[in-house]
Write a protein that binds this ligand. Structure first.
Ligand SMILES: C[S@@+](CC[C@H](N)C(=O)[O-])C[C@H]1O[C@@H](n2cnc3c(N)ncnc32)[C@H](O)[C@@H]1O
Length: 268
C-alpha cells in the first residue's frame, strides 16, 4: 500500500534537488505533447514543481499552469518556485475542483505508477480536458523493470527476505505499454503515442541512489517491514551490485519509461 503520510521536509527538499532526473525526461514528455504558448495546462502529481515552472515558461502569460500534488510540503515548494504556477494540494483521482473542458493539456510525469485506480485518473482527466485536448504521462514500464528495481529484487532474493519486504519491486502499480493502450481505449481516448524510452542515469554513490529513491517515493520504502539488521543485509548486497556498474562517469543505471500521449476526440 502506498502511503501519502510519510513525507518530511527533508525528503521534500531532497526531491527538489534529485528530481532533475524526472525533470529531464519530463521535458521530453512536454515535447511529445506539443505544449505551446497560450495553453492551459494541468500538472497532476507535480511534486516540487520543477517541470510545472518549465511549462509555465512555454505557455507564457497568456496561458496557465495549475500544479497539484497530494503532499503539502511539496506543493509549498512548488508554489515558491514560480509565481506563474498555481499550486494546490490535490489528487489525480479527484479533479472536481476544476470545471469540465477547462484544460488543453493534462499530464502526469512519473506519477501514475503510484496510483491503483487508473481508470478513475483517466476519467477525471477526460472530464477536465477540452475536446481535442491531450493527456500525457510517463511511467515505469511493467515489462522492463529499471536496473535499480532488478537489483533490489536480486538483493532481497539473495538475503532470503523477498517474502517479507512490502513492495519488493519498489514501484507498486506499474503498467505495460499494452495496458496503457487498453486504458486509453476504455477511457474513450485516441492513442497518439505509446512508446518505451531507455533513460541512462549516473549516480556517484550507493548513498545517492538511496536518497534519490526514498525522496522520489516520498518515504515509501521497498524495505518496509524489515528490521534494521535485515535492511543492512539487503543494502550490503544491493550496494555491491551497484558498484559492479561503475564506469568512468559513475554508477550507470538504466530506466525504461513509457511515454504515452492520447487525445480526447473532438466528437466522442
Ligand atoms: C516521482 S514524484 C514525480 C513528481 C513530478 N511529477 C516530477 O516530475 O518531478 C511522484 C509524485 O506523485 C505524487 N502522487 C502520488 N500519488 C498521487 C495521487 N494519487 N495523485 C496525484 N499525485 C500523486 C507524489 O506526491 C509525488 O509528488
Amino acid at each position: 500500500m502506498v502511503s501519502l503520510n510519510l513525507d518530511t521536509p527533508e525528503l521534500a527538499a531532497t526531491y527538489d534537488v534529485v528530481g532533475h532526473r524526472q525533470f529531464s525526461h519530463g521535458k521530453l514528455l512536454i515535447q511529445d505533447l506539443g505544449v505551446r504558448y497560450g495553453q492551459r495546462v494541468l500538472d497532476v502529481g507535480a511534486g516540487t514543481g520543477l517541470l510545472a515552472a518549465y511549462v509555465a515558461s512555454i505557455v507564457g502569460p497568456q496561458g496557465k499552469v495549475v500544479a497539484i500534488d497530494p503532499l503539502p510540503l511539496r506543493v509549498e515548494l512548488a508554489g515558491k518556485k514560480a509565481s506563474e504556477v498555481e499550486a494546490h494540494v490535490g489528487r489525480a483521482e479527484d479533479l472536481s475542483a476544476y470545471p469540465a473542458s477547462s484544460f488543453d493539456v493534462v499530464y502526469l510525469n512519473s506519477v501514475i505508477h503510484w496510483i491503483a485506480d487508473k481508470p478513475k485518473v483517466l476519467s477525471e482527466a477526460w472530464r477536465v480536458l477540452k475536446p481535442g485536448g491531450k493527456l500525457g504521462f510517463t511511467t515505469a514500464a511493467k515489462e522492463k523493470p529499471h536496473d535499480v528495481e532488478r537489483l533490489r529484487v536480486l538483493a532481497l532474493e539473495q538475503t532470503g527476505l523477498s517474502e517479507r519486504a512490502q513492495v519488493s519491486s519498489g514501484i507498486p502499480h506499474r503498467v505495460s505499454a499494452d495496458e496503457v493502450r487498453a486504458l486509453f481505449a476504455a477511457g474513450g481516448f485516441q492513442a497518439k503515442q505509446v512508446l518505451i524510452r531507455t533513460i541512462v542515469d549516473y549516480q556517484q554513490s550507493a548513498e545517492d541512489v538511496h536518497r534519490a529513491s526514498l525522496s522520489s517515493s516520498f518515504g515509501n520504502s521497498h524495505l518496509a517491514g524489515l528490521s534494521s539488521d535485515e535492511r543492512e543485509r539487503v543494502h550490503r548486497v544491493f550496494d555491491a551490485e551497484l558498484e559492479k556498474r561503475r564506469d568512468a562517469q559513475g554508477i550507470r543505471l538504466e530506466r525504461y519509461l513509457i511515454f504515452a500521449v492520447a487525445e480526447k476526440p473532438v466528437v466522442s
